[in-house]
Design a protein around this ligand. Structure first.
Ligand code: URA
Length: 331
């Protein structure tokens, strides 16, 4: 039987989703050793490379609906003209200036939705995840891209409707050789203004969490599932996640970290293609393309539910073990 505390957490997440949705409506309506590390990096590289190589086999079927109101994991990125890939040569050019093109969001292809399996579902899981061909323009198949290449390819992105309201694209920040990567959900107001992830209140908490683990923000890399602020901090929508996901996956391919910490349900569910609620995903080691992935609570959730910080800290301590760190150690 489910732990009643899990149900309470899930309920709290639903309430938060609802709160953010209402806020958005209001806004819209009113206005290890180095040698080992090198070997492991090579191994990680081999398995991560799979994400930029088109799969010849079918991708795993979309996960079944979780018996919870959690948003479903988004569909795999379709190779559509909007997400797809213009010529390589173009990709290596500097991003067009914002004035160069009007911000008209494309009509994103709507994912096929399965009929609701039971009452109370907030979102539908895409029925069939189209094959993921994560090859970005400018990325030679089978080769590890650089973060700069990926940023250039992102350009003045207009692949989804979030481009209309953003002030800045929030690509990612930190050490391009980081062994530890944190993936959040999407920029908030402060991040949108500054173009840097996790610099608002949730960011302050994340910075403390990173420091408590014995790292600094400069040691690690921080990015988000979506690179543009959802209006009113509403949840990112499936088409927005689908449009942005190839860039996140390419960033992870470029970084080839040893560990990924997925902050909150959107990061965990997107990377894992698993719609299990974060309350059940957290604290359990998973694998993303051969890289260890630890799902944990999002810092914004921890700000609202400080009693949950203990669990998040337990999750982060598991990560610290991989790096041979004890609480309080700094090397
Ligand atoms: N929340 C996120 O998920 N990402 C940010 O960059 C800031 C807040």
């Amino acid at each position: 039987m489910n732990d009643p505390r899990d149900s309470a957490e899930e309920l709290s997440e639903v309430v938060e989703d609802l709160r953010r949705h209402l806020l958005w409506q209001e806004e819209a309506g009113g206005r290890e050793l180095l040698v080992d590390a090198a070997k492991q990096a090579a191994e990680r590289s081999a398995s991560l490379r799979a994400i930029v190589t088109p799969r010849s086999t079918k991708p795993p079927a979309a996960p079944g609906r979780a018996a919870s109101p959690e948003p479903a994991a988004p569909a795999e990125a379709p190779t559509t003209p909007s997400a797809a890939v213009p010529a390589r040569a173009r990709a290596l050019e500097a991003p067009p200036s914002p004035a160069a093109a009007p911000r008209t969001p494309p009509t994103a292809p709507a994912p096929q939705l399965a009929p609701a399996a039971s009452k109370g579902m907030l979102l539908d899981v895409p029925q069939q995840a189209p094959p993921y061909s994560g090859v970005l323009p400018g990325v030679v198949e089978g080769e590890r891209p650089t973060l700069d290449q990926i940023r250039r390819e992102l350009g003045d992105c207009q692949r989804c409707k979030l481009c209309t309201g953003r002030k800045n694209i929030v690509f990612g920040v930190g050490n391009p050789r980081a062994e530890l990567v944190f993936v959040g959900e999407g920029p908030g107001e402060q991040e949108d203004l500054k173009g840097v992830p996790f610099v608002g209140p949730a960011g302050e908490l994340l910075t403390k969490m990173i420091q408590a683990m014995g790292f600094s923000r400069d040691d690690v890399y921080i990015c988000n599932v979506v690179k543009c602020r959802p209006p009113g901090n509403r949840n990112p929508e499936p088409d927005e996640i689908t449009a942005c996901e190839p860039f996140l996956r390419s960033q992870l391919l470029a970084l080839q970290p040893k560990v990924i910490v997925a902050l909150g349900k959107f990061a965990a569910q997107t990377l894992l293609r698993d719609s299990t609620p974060i309350t059940r995903l957290r604290g359990q080691w998973r694998e993303y393309q051969g890289v260890k992935l630890m799902p944990t609570f999002h810092p914004a959730y921890l700000l609202r539910s400080p009693q949950e910080k203990k669990k998040a800290w337990e999750d982060l301590q598991q990560v610290m073990k991989i790096f041979g760190r004890q609480p309080g150690s700094r090397s």
